[in-house]
Design a protein around this ligand. Structure first.
Ligand code: AP5
Ligand code: MG
Length: 219
């Protein structure tokens, strides 16, 4: 399956992506994760992206489009993929259409995870992540077995630098202005699936699976 997962910051895209990846055996491609990895490795891309990410602004379209195009050339995407956090602007959506048509492939569905903005700040400010394996936690709703330590690899958990309340407010504004219009773009293509992202993580995943059910025999 070739899927996009969309939604505001903190909607639970990454959390659901881990489950979707496992269920459908497709790579999870998060542009946010790719930028953070580049920042961690101090590459040219990382240095360029850091300025934008630290302010909660979007990395320029040309840089982001090129990154995704290169990633989609990898062999592991042949059986499908899940793009998380891309596209985020109409220009990126147009660029993705061109990339897909060059590769002769189509999207199967665009999953939009929606949550009331009242719970977003709580989710983001309470998020902790493992800098080594990327696993995500929450200080109230998804605690690791040992406080501050990753269950999967034993590393010390950290808070993302853009997860402060001040930056989250800007990320939400940017989402409303630049990313939300894409929902109508994909709705008009008949690809949009709206999923209520409030409630238990597994229940939300079941909603996604149920909605995708008609599209894949393995579900
Ligand atoms: P990115 O990393 O994509 O961040 P984001 O879109 O702001 O989304 P988040 O990762 O913050 O939230 P999420 O929806 O994945 O939530 P999660 O599952 O972690 O992008 C970061 C930055 O990179 C951008 O601001 C931009 O600068 C740049 N960038 C990235 N892509 C770009 C692009 N295409 N173009 C330009 N710039 C780009 O969940 C959040 C928390 O809630 C966790 O703690 C989790 O445990 C908890 N939680 C999840 N689900 C539930 C639930 N059901 N109940 C209770 N808690 C829950
Ligand atoms: Mg994420």
């Amino acid at each position: 399956m070739r899927l996009l997962i969309m939604g505001p910051p903190g909607a639970g895209k990454g959390t659901q992506a881990v489950l979707i990846k496992e269920e459908y055996q497709i790579p999870h491609i998060s542009t946010g994760e790719m930028f953070r990895e580049a920042i961690g490795n101090n590459t040219c891309l990382g240095i360029k992206a850091k300025d934008y990410i630290d302010k909660g602004e979007l990395v320029p379209d040309d840089v982001t489009n090129e990154l995704v195009k290169e990633r989609l050339k990898h062999e592991d995407t042949k059986g499908g993929f899940l793009l998380d956090g891309y596209p985020r602007t109409l220009n990126q959506a147009f660029a993705l259409d061109i990339i897909l048509s060059e590769f002769g492939i189509f999207l199967d569905a665009v999953i939009n995870v929606y949550v009331p903005s009242s719970i977003i700040i709580d989710r983001i400010v309470g998020r902790r992540v493992c800098p080594s394996c990327g696993a995500g936690y929450h200080i109230k709703t998804l605690k690791p077995k040992v406080s501050g330590i990753c269950d999967a690899c034993g590393h010390k958990l950290i808070q993302r630098e853009d997860d402060t309340e001040e930056i989250v407010v800007n990320r939400l504004r940017v989402y409303e202005e630049r990313t939300k219009p894409l929902l109508e773009f994909y709705n008009q293509k008949g690809l949009l699936i709206n999923i209520d992202g409030n409630g238990d993580i597994i229940d939300i995943f079941k909603r996604i699976k149920h909605t995708l059910g008609g599209m894949n025999d393995n579900v």
